[in-house]
Design a protein around this ligand. Structure first.
Ligand code: PLP
Length: 358
């Protein structure tokens, strides 16, 4: 077996344990004589997978029965549209923080449905960052407020969740279950699954049931949250394989112990930031107090050196270190499943590369 260290921002490295369990179950799932991919989503065997996945996730996030966990196709991006479609009215307004490429996409979608107040705009700031605590001008009477907790492209992460005065919605696509968060502060939060949760193509959406019932009822059935809440994400055929892998990944998080994972995430990120800070060669992209533990972004003295860095790292078994095409530079995405050994290999490589090219 020759697995590389995969620094991809998403789809991203999954726990090897999960992949091996899936491989074992692929042809004959626990004696059912068929794969999870082949079984009816209405059958008893699948139902156990579905319910266990939801229950484990709820347990990990500390969600009570006021909450529903939904599986919605269309990834994180579909949520950018579904949220305003359900909750923003022409005569109402919603507050959005615009702190990077992803929150900016969410703002654009919301503007199609009603008034959007951008309460802080640091989308284009260099170093990349999140708003300071007192920077946001929250609107009294806003229908909801929307934040992105981790900007995957810029490498900036919100360390403290703001008090917004209206129901708080969050895109947590790239840092869900990676650090301590009080999930009860939110009215809904969601994540495209392909980073910390499982395969791409679906979003895992946690929403207060009461809120889902208040959503628009005159939009297509598949775009109403209540459809997913009322029918347990089984109104139509859900992405069963993705949900199965998600469930296995959640069991892995439970086995690892989420506090252990959070601590490891801090240590992994710190090791890379330490190399950046000790060097005059590497330059971190994000403002220090907002540095992401999931997506670590930095620059080298020239684009030529960045290209060489990515090429030589790949040759040494460290793949997908190229920064997002819109910003360039280097990005190391080190989600929950990314191993410490991969970080150690990168750190050694960075030091060596600087010695040769600095
Ligand atoms: C923070 C964030 N939000 C939303 C998305 C969009 O997710 P998807 O590609 O599943 O639509 C991404 C994708 O990388 C992301 O990083």
């Amino acid at each position: 077996m020759s697995r590389v260290y995969n620094f991809s921002a998403g789809p991203a490295a999954l726990p090897l344990d999960v992949l091996q369990a899936a491989q074992k179950d692929l042809i004959d799932y626990k004696g059912c004589g068929m794969s999870v991919m082949e079984m009816s989503h209405r059958g008893k065997d699948y139902d156990v997978i579905h319910q266990e996945a939801i229950a484990t996730f709820k347990e990990l996030c500390g969600l009570n029965d006021d909450w529903s966990v939904c599986f919605i196709q269309g990834g994180g991006s579909m949520q950018f549209a579904m949220i305003p479609m359900n909750f923003l009215t022409k005569d109402g307004s919603a507050d959005y923080i615009n702190a990077g490429a992803w929150s900016s996409k969410a703002v654009k979608q919301a503007q199609m449905f009603g008034n959007v107040n951008v309460v802080a705009n640091c989308q284009k700031d260099i170093p990349t960052r999140m708003p300071e605590k007192d920077e946001c001008k929250w609107t009294q009477g806003a229908l909801y407020s929307h934040i992105c907790t981790n900007e995957t492209i810029s490498g900036a992460q919100l360390k403290e969740i703001p008090e917004t005065g209206s129901p708080l919605f969050a895109d947590m696509s790239s840092d869900i279950l990676s650090c301590e968060r009080d999930y009860s502060k939110f009215s809904m939060f969601y994540a495209g699954a392909q980073k910390n949760l499982g395969p791409s193509g679906m979003a895992v959406v946690a929403i207060r049931k009461e809120l889902a019932e208040k959503g628009a009822a005159t939009i297509p059935t598949m775009l109403q949250y209540r459809t997913y809440v009322d029918e347990d994400s089984l109104h139509n055929t859900p992405p069963t394989w993705a949900i199965y892998i998600f469930g296995e990944t959640m069991k892995w998080v439970k086995r690892m112990g989420k506090e252990n994972l959070f601590k490891l995430n801090d240590e992994k990120a710190q090791k890379i930031y330490n190399v950046i800070d000790a060097s005059g060669f590497y330059r971190g992209t994000a403002k220090k107090e907002f540095r992401s533990n999931m997506n670590i972004t930095w620059r080298l003295p020239s684009e030529e050196l960045e290209t060489l860095f990515v090429k030589q790292a790949a040759e040494a078994g460290m793949k997908s270190l190229k920064g997002h095409r819109s910003v360039g530079g280097i990005r190391a995405s080190i989600y929950n499943a990314f191993p410490m050994e991969g970080v150690d290999a990168l750190v050694d490589f960075m030091k060596e590369f600087e010695k040769k090219n600095g």
